[in-house]
Design a protein around this ligand. Structure first.
Ligand code: F6P
Length: 342
């Protein structure tokens, strides 16, 4: 069997460990000896742009961030040939199956292609950790560690100046990174999309920390909205007053907090720093195990399935059961963290 591997969508630390897990397991066990990588996600598939993947190419890559294959947000159904073109490329290059490593969009395209008869196994990827069919996604642990380190640093400068420091972290739809990094760093307020919150409540948390002699530390997920912001405001990039938003939500909150409390406030957006650099040991191990399981699923012909983590076990789940379900932060997890706001 010859397997083609692609990485698609936003990158996440651990992508290279998945690639290595697939190829290494195939070669070391003799289950599959021929692999190619498609460059830049689905774009490489429709362009027939492949690179060989053997022992030499995967040597030591599990320690590297990013993806050696490159990535893109190209959708194979966006007028670039779809099923017919992919079948043609696979036939021309003698590729029997594809392992697609990506998030919701990638896996949705993979499902449509599988339904049309193409042999695909999926590996879920998102630093936001918002895919329901897996307990954790690789890249999340690394992002949380980076955000925690950043907040530890914000705290010392905040303490020195007696300022309120806001860290804006990733999380378009869910607040997992904010929740975990906020708990780890001891934030005085954790603001996440699942919990619309009033300005008054945020001011109360900030002033309470300040009154106890602390420099208030606030972590906010990029997708958070105030209770005065409706979904249209958030989606159209408008602020709480319906004005176009220039910065992110952290930049929006800083002047509100400063004006209303008199505490000097600074906001820092961590952005893509959270997705860069080397993966944590946990992410390397998880990504490697997912890669190994994806290889096994392909050898077993489990097309239309993705691998995932349940507890400490690696499982396979049909795309149909895995897609379209966002894994949000449960109320009890938020309530637990909230006890620590002080
Ligand atoms: O979905 C993962 C994510 O990191 C989000 O948290 C973030 O909003 C988005 O990707 C950023 O995407 P891009 O890299 O395309 O700017």
């Amino acid at each position: 069997m010859k397997i083609g591997i692609l990485t698609s969508g936003g990158d996440a630390p651990g992508l290279n460990a998945v690639i290595r897990g697939i190829v290494y397991t195939g070669i070391a066990t003799g289950k599959c000896e021929e692999f190619v990588g498609f460059r830049n996600g689905w774009k490489g598939v429709v362009d027939g742009d492949t690179v060989p993947l053997g022992r030499h190419e995967i040597k030591g890559i599990h320690k590297q961030g990013g993806t050696i294959l490159g990535t893109s947000r190209t959708n194979p159904f966006d007028g670039i040939g779809g099923v017919d073109r992919i079948n043609e490329v696979m036939r021309e290059q003698g590729i029997d199956a594809i392992v697609a490593i990506g998030g919701e969009g990638t896996l949705a395209a993979a499902k449509r292609l599988t339904d049309a008869g193409i042999n695909i196994v999926g590996v879920p990827k998102t630093v936001d950790n918002d895919l329901d069919a897996t307990d954790y996604t690789f890249g999340f642990d690394t992002a949380v560690q980076i955000a925690t380190d950043a907040m530890d640093r914000l705290r010392t400068t905040g303490d020195s100046h007696g300022r309120c420091m806001i860290a804006e972290v990733m999380g378009r739809h869910v607040g997992w990174i904010a929740l975990h990094s906020g708990m780890a760093a001891g934030a005085h307020a954790i603001l996440i999309p699942e919990q619309k919150t009033s300005v008054d409540q945020i001011l109360e948390w900030v002033t309470s920390a300040h009154d106890r002699g602390r420099a208030p530390l606030v972590v906010v997920a990029e997708g958070f909205s105030l209770d005065t912001m409706d979904d249209a405001h958030s989606e159209r990039g408008l602020d709480a007053f319906g004005r176009p938003r220039l910065g992110g939500i952290g930049e929006l909150l800083a002047p509100i907090i400063e004006e209303r409390t008199g505490i000097e406030t600074r906001a820092t957006t961590l952005g893509h720093i959270q997705r860069g650099g080397t993966p944590s040991a946990y992410d390397r191990v998880l990504a490697t195990r997912l890669g190994m399981a994806a290889l096994d699923a392909a050898i077993a012909g489990r097309w239309g399935h993705m691998v995932g983590l349940r507890g400490t076990d690696i499982i396979t789940v049909p795309f149909a059961d895995a897609l379209g379900k966002l894994k949000t932060v449960p109320q009890e997890r938020y309530d637990e963290a909230r006890i620590l706001f002080g």
